[in-house]
Every structure is written in structure tokens, then in C-alpha cells.
Design a protein around this ligand. Structure first.
Ligand code: UD1
Ligand code: CA
Length: 449
């Protein structure tokens, strides 16, 4: 096993995002772009992470405590080019790794397999392995110049000759460098070029001149997609979602209209989950086998148990935990609540900070009144309880196992098991008075005309 360091360049200002947030912290599928890069690096066996930061350094450090708690930070104060940026992490490289991966924080669709392929080239003896891609429109990218299957140079667009400009094999910017050569090659880079920058790409020519092997590996264009503005961010999101939908379907999930279902980076769906059109998964969702998510549901931070049913038009908020065969129907909102096996909350309810016991039935329009404007309180609904429609359960309150709450009740006191509770004014019915009232109102109207 070769050891591996990944260096993620993220010192750019990202002015074209027109944002107060550093560019690489903008999210795809609910996760900052730079965290996607870190995850791919980790999946490719490069768990040791060096983050080169500049613009928005404090925010970057803070954000990274979540997605890369072990990362080391290196500040590049002046942006003098990609080789200069990599050398900001000199101390990390000097620790002596077999492989050094250089990645960009704004190239979030990079896949682990592409990095593994580049690392394999190092294992086979290459000193540098560059990730390339082909595109019919190479304008703006560095070109990969090959001879006899080897990479002899990377030329930036601005420094290309007419013929070189016609090459369609482009530099993604990402590469793997043999750790024992990395610092020497990087230190040899100068800035005699059109932009006056220290180009990382120059290490290819330097390695070749030393008689070392440099090679290019080919990956799909997505892997190299750099995000510079919010339109490209949306393009990146679309590519990510498309990949994820396909992965889910191949893993046994039915998506009736895949292009209308949106996943988060960590959505977990078991085989035989069935998802109707227009469903949004925010972060932290796990759905178990055989569950059905009906159309137009919004689910975040929730667990949906085996064969449970959600929606249509349901909202599961963080802490919603549905057990086996539980049902949450249309226009219901569930937050921080356990809905036990076979329990039903089918229409127009808000259930928050609660437990709904197994096989309980929560009627239409039932509300757990969990908040007094200052603090939150718990509602506990026992097994097999029946809560009549349009009741308000004013927490903290318990509705006992097998009890019944009459429709329209405002329940402020605990209901013992098997009891029947009314919490409403008694109905008064006055015979004939309806007709009398209507006649009086009609004659009053006539008199006024
Ligand atoms: C780079 C490559 C080019 C390739 C292209 C792919 C070089 C010299 N050129 O060009 O061959 O086709 O990527 O998109 O490497 N960065 C820093 N500090 C710096 C300079 C850059 O952190 O001093 C970071 C940027 O924030 C960015 C990445 O490095 O994430 C790439 O830099 P950028 O200026 O976008 O390089 P390109 O000109 O696009
Ligand atoms: Ca770029």
C-alpha cells in the first residue's frame, strides 16, 4: 500500500460567484464543493489532506472542521500560480509520501476511480500522472502534448502554437506526483510565461527533461468541470444528481421520474424503495426497504422504516423517525418525532417533539402544541390510541395506550390508558331555532331595501 497525501487548492477568490461565501463552500447536493473533492480523495486512499487556502481562510477552517476534521491548512497569501499554491503545502509534502495528489477545490465532480487510475500510473513507475479529458471545445484549457504514449509537456492556451491549439486532449489540472520527486520538480518551476505565474503544469516538461516518465490518463469531462459562477454550479449539481439517480436505480430503487428527484450527498436508499415524481431529499436521510415515497414530499434528517409510506405532499423534518409500516400522509409535517410501527398520521397534521405509539391513529388536522414561544415540550401518544380530528394536544401531555380523544378537543391534561377524553364545549341543539333565525334575517334584509 502506497501512502498518499492530497493537496486541495482552494485559495481562489471566486469573484464570479458574486458571493460573501468563499467559492468552494458553495454546495452541491447539500455538501460544499471542496468537501466533495475531499471525499473523492479519501475514497481513492488519500486520507491525509492539505488544504491550501487564502481568500476566506477563517470560514474555510471553520467549515472544514465538519467535512475534514483532520485536514492541515496552508495559507497562500499571494496567488502566484498553481505550482506556487502547491508549494504552500511544502511542509506536508516534506513528510514523505509515496503519492501526492493535487486537486482543485472548485472541481467537485472528480471521481475516486479517476484518482485511483492516476495513482496506479505512479505505482507502475511514472513520476507524474496527469488527468486529461477530451472536448470538442478545448479553448482555455492547457493542452496535453504527447509523444510515443508519453506526456512531454502541458502548454497553457496562451502559450500554445497554432498547431498545439488544435489538440483536443486537455489538462483537467488534477495530477498525481511521485512523492520522492515532488518537491524537486516543483522547486524547478519558473514563471517565464504569458501570465508570469508559476505553473504546476511545467513539472511535466521538467520531469521529461530529467528522463522521468510523465503520462496522461483520460477521464470524462465531468471530472474536470471547474465551477466559476452560479450557472456552472447548477450545471455541476445537475451532473451530480444524474449520476446519483442512476446509481440508486442500479442499486434497486425505483424512480418513476428520475429527473424530478433530488438527492443529498448522503441519502441512503435501500433496494425496493419506490419514489414517485418530485421528491426532495435533504441531508441525513435513510429510507429502508420497501418504503414508498409519494409525489411532492420533502424529506430531511429523517429515517423512514421498512414498508413505511410518506406523502404525497408530506414534509419530514430532522428527527422524524418512522418505524415499519408507519404512514404519514398528505400535508403532514413531522419533526423530532418517533412514529412507531403501523401508526398513521394521514392528513393535515403537525407532529413535533413527540412519540406516536405503535398502531395509533392520529386524525386529520391534529396538532401537537409543542412550543409556548420560549421552550419546546413533548407529547406522548400511546400504542393504539385514537386521536380525533382537529384536536390540539398541548404539550407536555400524554395520551395513554388505547385511549380515545374526541374530535376537536384541546387536551391539556394527561389522558389515562383506555380512557375517553373530551376537551371541548358540549354541543347545544335548539329545535326549530334555525328556521326562525333565517326568517328573522330575511325580513330584516327586506325592510332595509
Ligand atoms: C489550470 C491549468 C490548466 C487546466 C485548467 C483546468 C495550470 C497552470 N493550468 O488553469 O492547464 O486546463 O486548470 O481547469 O495549472 N489556485 C490557487 N492559487 C494560485 C492559483 C490557483 O489556489 O495561485 C487554485 C484556484 O483557486 C483553482 C485552481 O488552483 O482552484 C486552478 O487555478 P486556475 O487559476 O483556475 O487555473 P486555470 O487557469 O484554470
Ligand atoms: Ca480554472
Amino acid at each position: 500500500m502506497r501512502t498518499c497525501l492530497s493537496i486541495i487548492l482552494a485559495a481562489g477568490e471566486g469573484t464570479r460567484m458574486k458571493s460573501a461565501l468563499p467559492k468552494v463552500l458553495h454546495k452541491i447536493a447539500g455538501l460544499p464543493m471542496v468537501a466533495h473533492v475531499a471525499r473523492s480523495a479519501e475514497a481513492a486512499g488519500a486520507g491525509d489532506l492539505a488544504l491550501v487556502i487564502g481568500h476566506g481562510a477563517d470560514e474555510m477552517r471553520k467549515a472544514a472542521t465538519k467535512f475534514a476534521p483532520r485536514a492541515e491548512f496552508f495559507v497562500q497569501n499571494k496567488r502566484l500560480g498553481t505550482a506556487h499554491a502547491v508549494l504552500a503545502a511544502r511542509e506536508a509534502i516534506a513528510k514523505g509520501y509515496d503519492d501526492v495528489l493535487v486537486l482543485f477545490g472548485d472541481t467537485p465532480l472528480i471521481q475516486a476511480q479517476a484518482l485511483v487510475a492516476a495513482r496506479e500510473k505512479l505505482a507502475q513507475g511514472a513520476a507524474v500522472a496527469v488527468l486529461g479529458f477530451r472536448t470538442p471545445n478545448p479553448t482555455g484549457y492547457g493542452r496535453l502534448i504527447e509523444a510515443d504514449g508519453r506526456l512531454v509537456a502541458i502548454r497553457e492556451e496562451k502559450d500554445c502554437s497554432e498547431t498545439e491549439r488544435r489538440i483536443d486532449f486537455c489538462n483537467s489540472g488534477l495530477m498525481a506526483i511521485d512523492g520522492k520527486h515532488a518537491l524537486r520538480l516543483l522547486d524547478a518551476v519558473g514563471n517565464q510565461n504569458a501570465k508570469g505565474e508559476f505553473y504546476l503544469t511545467d513539472i511535466v516538461g521538467i520531469a521529461a527533461a530529467e528522463g522521468l516518465d510523465a503520462v496522461a490518463t483520460e477521464a470524462s469531462f465531468d471530472n474536470a468541470l471547474g465551477i466559476n459562477n452560479r450557472a456552472e454550479l447548477a450545471d455541476g449539481e445537475a451532473i451530480w444528481q444524474k449520476r446519483r439517480r442512476r446509481e440508486a436505480m442500479l442499486a434497486g430503487v425505483t424512480l418513476v421520474a428520475p429527473e424530478t428527484v433530488f438527492f443529498a450527498y448522503d441519502t441512503e436508499l435501500a433496494p425496493d424503495v419506490f419514489v414517485e415524481p418530485n421528491v426532495f431529499f435533504g441531508p441525513g436521510v435513510k429510507v429502508e426497504a420497501g418504503a414508498v415515497i409519494h409525489a411532492f414530499s420533502h424529506i430531511e434528517g429523517a429515517h423512514v422504516g421498512p414498508r413505511a409510506e410518506v406523502g404525497p405532499f408530506a414534509r419530514l423534518r430532522p428527527g422524524a423517525d418512522l418505524a415499519e409500516r408507519a404512514k404519514v400522509g398528505n400535508f403532514c409535517e413531522i419533526k423530532q418525532a418517533k412514529v412507531e410501527a403501523g401508526a398513521k398520521i394521514n392528513h393535515l397534521s403537525y407532529v413535533g417533539d413527540a412519540r406516536v405509539g405503535a398502531n395509533a391513529n392520529v386524525g386529520a388536522g391534529v396538532i401537537t402544541v409543542n412550543y409556548d414561544g420560549f421552550r419546546k415540550f413533548q407529547t406522548d401518544i400511546g400504542q393504539g390510541a385514537f386521536v380525533g380530528s382537529n384536536s390540539a394536544l398541548v404539550a407536555p401531555v400524554k395520551v395513554g395506550d388505547g385511549s380515545t380523544v374526541a374530535a376537536g378537543s384541546v387536551i391539556t391534561e394527561d389522558v389515562p390508558a383506555d380512557a375517553l377524553a373530551f376537551g371541548r364545549a358540549r354541543q347545544k341543539t335548539l329545535p326549530e331555532r334555525g328556521r326562525m333565525l333565517r326568517e328573522r334575517l330575511a325580513s330584516a334584509k327586506k325592510a332595509a331595501e
